[in-house]
Design a binder for this molecule. Structure first.
Ligand code: NZQ
Ligand code: ZN
Length: 392
């Protein structure tokens, strides 16, 4: 078992109608002038934004709004948000939406409180020393950004998608009402479930130390999301299934399922970020499309974990060689993706990649990880290209 730090400063307020507590929470954390940041308009259509602004109006909290954070959120809007906050004297950010609105808000928070170009942090040139305080009203269970230390931004020029992590951006509070996720398109619900599972799997498939409690939590979380994702395909308004998935989303990416491990593998995410940057695909679907090819490529270098996963999570019988069991676990995962209408390769993702595209993505991915990365198996540029080719 490795030493670890576990830091989760986010106050979680979970359940029906909890969004109505937003004014009190902003006050509790000292917000006086708020930027409400949201996405492409779902929160306007569902009436959530109006409920939030009514609540702030009634409490006498002043605010400005900025919508338009797209999936794979853009740097251009981040710059716009920074200018707006400086002009309006904003001292608190409220993201209402999913990972894209939250991540965009985190980047705005860095930009307001640090000198210079905020992209420097995403370009690994400098480290942030502060972030504006941030609260979240979550509308999709997926990224875990509502409790995580990370944010992922796409620079339009060159379509470069990069993540930056620091404890400064961890939200002060996260309001999670599972009912708010019931308006999601089925595809986005499934993308979210995939992302949640993948955040746990990235931490699980390692060659580092292990902690039995962490592994058991991870396996329980994976089984829970798998079962409830299948319920939601048939019964999207099922509150309990929505709630299980929503809470799992936060626990999957707040560090809990990595305690005592070696920090995780994270290469499926890195490979997907290139897909998201180049083709603007939904993050969860991109992960599903690449995972099987990654898993087959690295399996023999991490066999005990793949075997354990197959048995504990996918319910594969402990019969045959370790390799056979591990492979059955991968096949069962792909069958599960198909049942929730997720892709298992680039074609099914709707991406018709040329060989040049694959070479470009492998190169950008390798540059993004300083040449190589991975714990299940350390991957270099040629390995990344082989995985992209296998996923085609
Ligand atoms: O933009 P709007 O109109 O709100 O529509 C969104 C968007 O089209 C829609 N949506 C969200 N909640 C809804 C809803 N539609 C109807 N009803 C609702 N209740 O769903 C679509 C996806 O939203 P988005 O915020 O993009 O999804 P997600 O939460 O999956 O975020 C994806 C982004 O987060 C990054 C991803 O790379 C991607 O850029 N990630 C962030 C992480 C982090 N900060 O910790 C970790 C992740 O691994 C991930 O990389
Ligand atoms: Zn993710």
């Amino acid at each position: 078992m490795f030493d670890f730090k576990y830091y989760t400063p986010t106050k979680v307020v979970f359940g029906r109608n909890t969004e109505l507590q937003v004014a009190n929470l902003i006050r509790e954390f000292g917000g006086k002038k708020v930027l409400i940041h949201y996405g492409g308009g779902s929160v306007v259509r569902t009436g959530l934004l109006k409920r939030v602004t009514d609540t702030l109006d009634a409490a006498g909290i002043s605010y400005v709004t900025l919508g338009g954070a797209v999936p794979n959120p853009h740097l251009g809007l981040v710059y716009e948000g920074i200018e707006l906050c400086k002009k309006e004297g904003v001292d608190f950010l409220l993201a209402v939406g999913g990972g894209s609105a939250i991540d965009s808000a985190k980047a705005i928070g860095y930009g307001v409180t640090n000198e210079g170009d905020v992209w420097d942090f995403y370009d690994y040139k400098r480290k942030a020393t502060a972030c504006l305080p941030l609260g979240v009203i979550l509308t999709i269970a997926a990224t875990g950004s509502e409790m995580s230390d990370s944010s992922v931004i796409t620079k339009e020029e060159g379509l470069v998608k990069r993540g930056y992590s620091s404890d400064y951006c961890r939200p002060k509070f996260a309001i999670m009402n599972p009912e708010l996720t019931m308006t999601l398109p089925d595809y986005q619900t499934a993308c979210g479930c995939t992302d949640i599972m993948m955040h746990t799997m990235e931490r699980y498939f390692t060659n580092g130390g292990n902690m039995e409690l962490t592994d058991a939590l991870a396996e329980g979380l994976l089984r829970t999301v798998k079962e409830n994702a299948e319920i939601l395909v048939k019964d999207p308004k099922n509150y309990d299934a929505r709630a299980e998935v929503m809470w799992a989303g936060s626990l999957a990416h707040n560090g809990l399922t990595g305690c005592g491990n070696d920090g995780g593998d994270w290469m499926t995410h890195k490979l997907e970020h290139e897909l998201g940057g180049l083709y603007d695909v939904a993050h969860g679907a991109g992960l599903a499309a690449i995972w099987g090819s990654w898993a087959r490529y690295v399996m023999n270098d991490c066999l005990p974990r793949f075997k354990r996963y197959a048995i504990q999570v996918m319910g594969v019988k402990d019969e045959g060689t370790d390799e056979e069991i591990a492979l059955k676990g991968i096949e069962a995962t792909e069958a599960f993706y198909r049942r929730i209408n997720m892709p298992t390769n680039l074609r099914e993702l709707g991406v018709n990649a040329t060989e040049e595209d694959l070479v470009l993505m492998a190169h950008k991915c390798a540059v993004g990880v300083n040449g190589g990365m991975g714990s299940a198996k350390f991957l270099r540029e040629e390995d990344m290209l082989a995985i992209y080719r296998a996923a085609k």
